[in-house]
Design a protein around this ligand. Structure first.
Ligand code: 5GP
Ligand code: MN
Length: 333
């Protein structure tokens, strides 16, 4: 059984027991672990007789609205000012909370961070960070067990969803026996693995395929780094949005590459050009250091960042950084 950060887990349990009104937040551009852990935390608090507001800056993505409790999630305009305690899930740094966290209103409340990113910046008053857990949803299995909360029903379904999406259905290199143990507990409590897989990983819109058709002819491979760029015109041609790309598991299955990347041209709130970068590494390679150095974060095998600039200017130096990191890692330097 995994050695948990007991001191920090106990501090989370104390904060849950001592407070009544919670604001729970997960990260911008939420994935299955963000939504699953947010809804799971909401279930745990509700079962303990607490009040919880569940907030996501970008709302629940369409493919996750099936999850029990998804209708409880509010965006910034549904977040109040006064809470006893704020719990942040699956966010490695404060910027990942987006506009649902307001320092002026919320800065006075204790901040509890529950996360599994190796790049976590420890920005809470309590920081329970377990990089050996494949998902925050795995951490919440242990938290529920410690709090004596039943996993049966909605909680099991929410938590297994995050485990399935963050491990690509138990295929990533961080899928340990403990991950499978947590998943088994959730299935024993009624979560349906095949239904969750069908509704998350095996549920891409046709326009994703059309977008792959637009961008894959431009795929490049050099020094065992594979990369794809996505321009706004290509999104328009496929009648797709950046969220439809979902190309990373395709790229990371290519035999000739150890590291893969997608770069999407976007603009920030001030309409300045930015490039959203998503990196993947094969077992034995690491992209979290590069992402962190570029102002982002993530895991050794999956990380990302957003940098200023255009594809033309921003991509070549980042590719060079990835190639250099890969070469160093290959020789064990
Ligand atoms: P993805 O490539 O699927 O968007 O993200 C892979 C991993 O990197 C996720 O764990 C995600 O949380 C992290 N990540 C992606 N973009 C950013 C970013 O801009 N900042 C931080 N801190 N983490 C990121
Ligand atoms: Mn996660």
């Amino acid at each position: 059984m995994i050695d948990l950060q007991e001191v920090h887990l106990s501090a989370v349990i104390d904060a849950v027991r001592a407070n009544q009104r919670f604001l729970c937040i997960s990260h911008v551009a939420p994935d299955g672990d963000a939504v699953g852990s947010l809804l799971g935390m909401g279930e745990i608090l509700t079962m303990l007789g607490k009040e919880a507001t569940l907030a996501l800056a970008d709302g629940v993505p369409d493919n996750l609205t099936f999850l029990p409790g998804a209708e409880r999630v509010v965006s910034a305009d549904g977040v109040g000012d006064v809470y006893d305690c704020i719990i942040v899930l699956d966010a490695s740094s404060p910027d990942r909370m987006g506009n649902v966290y307001r320092e002026d209103a919320h800065g006075k409340s204790p901040l509890v961070v529950i996360d599994h990113h190796v790049t976590n910046t420890y920005f809470g008053d309590v920081d329970w960070v377990e990089p050996r857990c494949a998902a925050v949803c795995q951490m919440l299995v242990y938290l529920a067990q410690r709090l004596g909360v039943s996993l049966r029903g909605n909680l099991a379904e929410d938590l297994l969803t995050g485990l399935v999406t963050d491990t690509l259905c138990f295929r990533t290199s961080n899928t340990t026996a403990d991950v499978l143990g947590a998943a088994t507990v959730l299935m024993e409590n009624g979560a349906q693995l095949s239904a969750i897989t069908a509704r998350t990983l095996n549920n891409k819109p046709f326009r994703s395929l059309k977008l792959w058709g637009e961008v894959l002819p431009g795929a490049r491979l050099a020094e065992r780094v594979l990369w794809v760029t996505v321009a706004p015109e290509q999104l328009a041609a496929a009648q797709a949005t950046a969220g439809d790309l979902e190309l990373s598991s395709v790229l990371s299955a290519v035999a000739e590459a150890d590291i893969s990347a997608t770069f999407i041209q976007k603009t920030d709130e001030r309409k300045a050009p930015v490039v959203e970068c998503s990196f993947r590494a094969k077992p034995g390679f690491n992209v979290s250091d590069t992402a962190f150095a570029l102002g982002g974060g993530g895991h050794p095998a999956a990380a990302g960042c957003t940098v200023p600039g255009t594809l033309e200017k921003a991509v070549p130096p980042i590719v060079a950084q990835l190639q250099q990191a890969r070469a160093q890692q290959a020789t064990g330097q």
